[in-house]
Design a protein around this ligand. Structure first.
Ligand code: AMP
Ligand code: GLY
Length: 424
């Protein structure tokens, strides 16, 4: 098989790595890829949003199977373009990727099908949103830009004044662009967060091992929201009871709801859950693997990933048993100092050879680039240092040990990834 992966982050690196382990796969391409992905795949210089060029490439190279890693192309309808060309592709069509593409859509879906989530209202104008805040709201409260905003379109507002200003930030100043044409205002919840990834074939859903992300930039969950500074899997807080509740009220219910709406979902659904005192509730849906959740979940998956993805496309997922290793994994993101705001790029990186021959240790590249001088940084999140261990504590110690193996001048990381393990 010839496989094409669309994307350029750490998530796409681990997807490429898993694809390379499949005995079915002869050749892997990745568009646009990065320096690390270039070690397991041939990088192709086509952007993830250039659907026609990507489909033309896939036809010309006789690609057998394409995997879309990123949210933007999925929400933009890349799968529909590939299918129209008769190409086999893993990911939801545009009419299903809306599950991530519009928070208003996903909230209305959950309300209609009684899937537990925070109480909310949608607003199309700043006037209506402000009137609601003036008259009906309780604080703190959460404002969400409706559309895709790189995980940054969520404002938690402690007072009415903050919330009124937040409406202007999203809907008037358009800090998140057109994502802010519509706004969701929702109840503030408290509890632990868990990320649950799943494979879906339109009818059947199979849940992967749980994980937890660390979204804030600084230790102690301080600082700005980022794409994710580190993850661990499994989450010790994702208990049997939580799993049973979610199986009964959330997972299959979501797949059935999408089908009932005429939007059958094929691909990965990522459930962002909050474990509240009233039980688990859905914080958000994503229509793809999490990044850096994929790094800790996929390295623990025993299945041939290509088999599972093909079963999603062929609607035979009911015949697959997902299996995970009875161990743990931790990913610590090495970022450029200053991320997610201002940071320098193009800085030389050293130490990659330290990973050679080290089983259970991985350097999944996120923002890197191959130059004549060597590999240089090329983004805010640079590399996800990932390690396995017999349990979470061992995996965390291994991952932090390996963070010292790679160096670059403006290297920054959180030092408390997986600290919550100690409270479990
Ligand atoms: P989202 O992109 O919807 O996952 O939101 C980003 C982050 O904001 C989540 O991971 C939570 O930490 C926080 N958040 C979102 N919605 C709520 C809510 N209703 N209550 C409390 N925190 C929230
Ligand atoms: N790490 C969170 C996400 O991928 O959305």
């Amino acid at each position: 098989m010839k496989v094409l992966i669309v994307g350029s982050g750490g998530r796409e690196h681990v997807i490429a790595y898993k694809a390379s382990l499949s005995p079915k796969v002869d050749k892997i391409y990745c568009a646009p890829g990065n320096a690390g992905i270039g070690q397991v795949a041939e990088c192709v210089d086509i952007g993830a949003m250039e659907f026609e060029r990507l489909a033309a490439f896939a036809k010309k190279e006789e690609i057998d199977f394409t995997i879309i890693g990123m949210d933007d192309p999925l929400v933009g309808g890349i799968v529909d373009v590939f299918e129209a060309e008769g190409l086999r592709v893993f990911g939801p069509r545009k009419n299903a990727a809306i599950l991530e593409g519009s928070k208003g859509f996903s909230k209305d879906l959950m309300k209609k099908y009684n899937i537990p989530t925070a109480a909310y209202e949608n607003f199309d104008t700043p006037q209506q949103a402000k009137e609601y805040l003036e008259t009906k709201a309780k604080f703190p409260i959460v404002l969400k830009a409706d559309g895709l905003a790189l995980g940054k379109g969520v404002l938690i507002c402690n007072t009415k004044e903050e919330a009124l200003a937040g409406v202007d930030t999203i809907m008037v100043d358009k800090q998140f662009g057109t994502a802010g044409n519509r706004i969701v205002i929702e109840e503030f919840m408290t509890g632990r967060e868990v990320s649950v990834l799943s494979f879906v074939d339109g009818n059947t859903i199979k849940i992967m091992a749980s994980a937890q992300d660390h979204k804030r930039a600084k230790d102690g969950d301080k600082g700005l929201n980022t794409g994710g500074m580190g993850t661990f899997s499994p989450s010790p807080f994702y208990t049997k009871e939580v799993d049973e509740f979610c199986k009964k009220h959330i997972y299959q219910a979501t797949v059935d709801a999408m089908k009932a709406e005429g939007r059958p979902f094929k691909g990965v659904i990522f459930f962002g859950l909050m474990l509240t005192e009233e039980g688990p509730k859905v914080l958000e849906y994503n229509a793809r693997f999490g990044d850096p959740e994929a790094q800790v979940v996929l390295v623990r998956m025993k299945n041939d990933m290509i088999d599972v993805m093909e079963a999603c496309v062929d609607e035979t997922l009911d015949k697959i048993d997902l299996e995970f290793e009875d161990n743990a994994a931790v990913c610590v993101v090495l970022a450029s100092n200053g991320y997610p705001e201002k940071y320098e790029k193009g800085i030389l990186m050293t130490g990659f050879e330290n990973f050679d021959g080290k089983d259970g240790y991985y350097a999944f590249h996120a923002g890197t680039k191959q130059t004549q001088e060597g590999i240089v940084t090329n983004g805010g999140r640079v590399i996800g240092i990932t390690a396995k261990g017999a349990d979470l504590k061992e995996a965390r110690a291994n991952a932090y040990e390996a963070t010292h193996w790679i160096d670059f001048a403006n290297k920054y990381m959180r030092n408390d990834i997986g600290k919550a393990i100690d409270e479990a």
